[in-house]
Ligand binder design. Structure first.
Ligand code: PMP
Length: 380
């Protein structure tokens, strides 16, 4: 069926990523022989505890935080929820293109982004001048259209207005450098399964700078034992946390090469799509330097995106109609609507998120299959 010998070609890396083999190797001992509870005081427990602290240090140095500022969670959904739970009595502001775990919070107000999917920083500055917001939340990069926010400038604006800043870094962590201190970030959420680590593990960074006095707002989302400084109780997901640490180590070794490779492949695929298919528009920015390296999102006129995704899937090409949380909802994506698409255009849009395991042959197969499917669907 395909020119490659793969069973399928995976272009849904924004939904989740395959494990690096090194991650599985690092995790296995903690699912087998080293099964101790990290709270136990004998060597089996102490080994598990040490492994958790090792990952905590890896994360801390990745984002320029202190290890005590990192709390392990079950993923970015929980981390995001925790931030808003801690700030439940505050007036919070987020962009109109945030993930469901942010935008659906009860105490949130939204502000619009540009048609390319970026925060208009002058507008944000102006908004914060006039309104008593106490927390601003933006993504590092968008999961549907890949727009990368200027978190440095946004952080400076929040700092100037004495407003706390939360960054949902779930989608950017793999390829973008983060310095929480330099960017005045007070909370940062992330998840292992978007960086070739395991599912069900994430972290929340909480700024513990004494001058900022966030500490008085720190409250647990759940009550239980003393794990995670008594703030996130429950026996830790040891193997998952170990896998997260290993995924970061491998990601950092591969980052430059993967970035270059992905950018080239993505640009190649974009060129092919735009030059072979009529009536197709890219959603989001044309400025590919400000877009996640593997992200492409297109509106195919006169196509229903769920039909295209289904047809591609039958031919072994896996992509999506939008965010994984949105798939199958039958509703147009709030992200695409926020950047100005009509319902019809949003329902004709498909996201391809490439991974570094792909090569040019895969992309040739993908493009040819997309051409055939679009042709077939438009004919009937
Ligand atoms: N934020 C963003 C930007 C995401 O893309 C996702 C996952 N789709 C999440 C949060 C939720 O992450 P998790 O799956 O770890 O709960």
């Amino acid at each position: 069926m395909n020119k490659t010998d793969k069973q399928f070609i995976y272009l849904d890396n924004s939904a989740t990523t395959p494990l690096y083999p090194e991650v599985l190797d690092a995790m296995l001992p903690y699912l087998t022989a080293s099964y101790g509870n990290p709270s136990s005081l004998y060597p089996l427990g102490r080994k598990a505890h040490a492994a958790i602290e090792h990952t905590r240090s890896i994360i801390a140095s990745l984002i320029n935080a202190s290890p005590e500022e990192i709390y392990f969670t079950s993923g970015a959904t929980e981390s995001n929820n925790w931030v808003f739970y801690m700030n439940a009595d505050k007036k919070c502001l987020c962009t109109a293109i945030e993930h469901a775990s942010v935008i659906n919070q009860p105490n949130i107000f939204t502000f619009n982004v540009t048609q390319e999917g970026f925060v208009d920083t002058s507008m944000l500055d102006y908004t914060l001048m006039d309104n008593p917001f106490e927390l601003v939340s933006t993504m590092l990069a968008n999961n549907e259209i890949g727009s990368i926010q200027d978190i440095q400038t946004i952080g400076e604006i929040c700092h100037k207005h004495n407003v706390k800043y939360h960054v949902d870094a779930t989608q950017g962590l793999c390829y973008l450098p983060i310095d929480v201190k330099k960017s005045h970030i007070d909370y940062l959420s992330a998840s292992a399964h978007k960086i070739h680590g395991p599912k069900g593990v994430g972290f929340l960074y909480i700024n513990k700078d004494e001058n900022k006095d966030i500490s008085s707002d720190i409250t647990p989302l759940m009550y239980g034992g003393g794990q995670e400084q008594g703030l996130r109780p429950g026996t830790e997901n040891v193997a998952g946390i170990v896998g997260f640490g290993k995924a970061i180590e491998v990601m950092m070794q591969r980052r430059e090469d993967d970035l270059q490779k992905l950018t080239k492949l993505r640009n190649y695929m974009h060129y092919q799509i735009m030059n072979t298919i009529d009536d197709v528009e890219i959603n989001g920015t044309y400025d590919f330097d400000r877009r996640l390296p593997g992200n492409l999102n297109y509106c195919f006129a006169d196509i229903k995106s769920d039909e295209l995704v289904e047809m591609l899937s039958e031919k072994g090409i896996y992509c999506s109609t939008g965010s994984a949380c949105h798939n199958g909802s039958g509703k147009p994506s709030h992200v695409l609507k926020a950047i100005g698409l009509t319902d019809k255009q949003a329902m004709s849009s498909v996201r391809f998120s490439l991974g570094p395991d792909l090569d040019k042959t895969d992309i040739d197969v993908v493009v040819q299959t997309v051409i055939n499917c679009v042709y077939t669907l438009r004919k009937y």
